[in-house]
Design a protein around this ligand. Structure first.
Ligand code: IPM
Ligand code: MN
Length: 355
């Protein structure tokens, strides 16, 4: 029995990244074998250690090779001996921008057996998705200093929004909301009362695209109010579409509601034909846990499920999601590092067994 093939580039990266990526790969191999999917994996040594060793962050030749894969699995980026911004911009953001991964898809789902800090809320209440624009906004890296290091110093950091950039993201979010078929409610999260240029563009574009989707109910929240509602009434949300910077911030809040960084996964998606997409756990490289085998691989395994779904292996994706929920629901004591009741590798094994 053969049902297609799949090529995946694996970037373990820094800190605990390689440990969680290994468990993601373990589950990916197991499900592909059982589903008859011919899997080809190629490992890439990128991250802080390589940078410190060789001065290289992302050689052009590697970038070109990565461009031949439909999907990349990324562990984590961030090294304690490398100044903030160098690896984030040189590796993670470069990959997102170079491959034009304009959707950052972050499902927020409370799995069975997982504890949320929200009193009285359960898996039925916390089940929504954030669609974060992933190529523009404050992330474009435009700006500079004037009179740096003097008392008259000026620093500028410019947010860039384009009609094309927000329209493609908003239209994708409408389509996704329609297909998700839950409440069919799409909430735009922005700050139109202060960002009267950039977010006015988002607002107008949202209204225009909404006309193509009369079956989708639309709503708008200012980002500060969204933080309040997400804690008070998470069950209200179905799909949220938002800008890059706000999406970064609200998905950390959302990640905690779903049980923490140990379970939160995301996809950097280029939805165009031939696009290269990248899937990752939302958590960082957690240097203090490196090599201790205590970090939670569930988020990475959930990222593998997203990767499978995105590459057209829906059945395999559904099996991984189901297996995750068996393990969180019936095995793991906690989703926190060191408190799972199992090592990183054992959690990976449990998910493979549950497949
Ligand atoms: C994330 C991370 C990144 C971001 C950092 C590491 C650049 O926080 O994926 O949410 O800000 O997008
Ligand atoms: Mn973030």
């Amino acid at each position: 029995m053969s049902s297609g093939s799949l090529r995946v580039a694996v970037i373990g990266g820094d800190g605990t990244g390689p440990e969680v990526a290994a468990e993601g790969v373990k589950v990916l191999k197991a499900v592909c074998q059982s589903e008859g999917i011919a899997l080809e994996l190629v490992d890439y040594d990128l991250g802080g250690d390589r940078y410190l060793r060789t001065g290289e962050i992302l050689p052009d030749s590697v970038l070109q090779e990565l461009g031949t894969f439909p999907a990349i699995l990324l562990g984590a980026i961030g090294h304690p001996d490398v100044a903030p911004g160098i690896l984030e911009r040189g590796l993670l953001l470069t990959l997102r921008f170079h491959f034009d991964q304009y959707i950052n898809l972050r499902p927020v789902k409370l799995f069975p057996g997982v504890e949320t800090p929200l009193a009285g809320k359960g898996p039925d209440d916390i089940d929504f998705v954030v669609v974060r624009e992933n190529t523009e906004d404050l992330y474009c890296g435009m700006g500079g200093f004037l009179k740096k290091g003097t008392p008259d110093e000026v620093a500028m950091q410019t947010a860039v929004y384009t009609r094309k950039g927000c329209e493609r993201c908003i239209r994708w979010a409408f389509n996704y909301t329609r297909k998700r078929n839950k409440k069919k409610r799409l909430t735009l999260v922005a700050k139109t009362n202060v960002l009267t240029y950039g977010h006015d563009l988002w607002w107008r574009t949202f209204q225009d695209v909404a006309k193509e989707f009369p079956d989708v109910q639309t709503d708008y929240n200012h980002v500060d109010a969204c933080c309040m509602w997400m804690v008070k009434n998470p069950e209200y949300y179905d799909v949220i579409v938002t800008t890059n910077m706000f999406g970064d911030i609200i998905t950390d809040l959302a990640g905690v509601l779903q049980g923490g960084m140990g379970v939160a996964a995301g996809g950097n998606i280029n939805p165009e034909p031939g696009g290269v997409s990248m899937f990752e756990p939302m958590g960082g490289s957690a240097p203090k846990y490196t090599g201790k085998h205590v970090i939670n691989p569930i988020a990475t395994i959930a990222a593998v499920a997203m990767l499978l779904e995105h590459t057209g292996h829906e059945k395999a994706a559904a099996r991984v999601m189901k297996a995750i929920q068996i393990v969180t629901g019936t095995k793991m004591k906690s989703q926190a590092a060191g408190k799972m009741g199992y090592s990183t590798q054992e959690v990976g094994d449990l998910v493979c067994q549950a497949l």
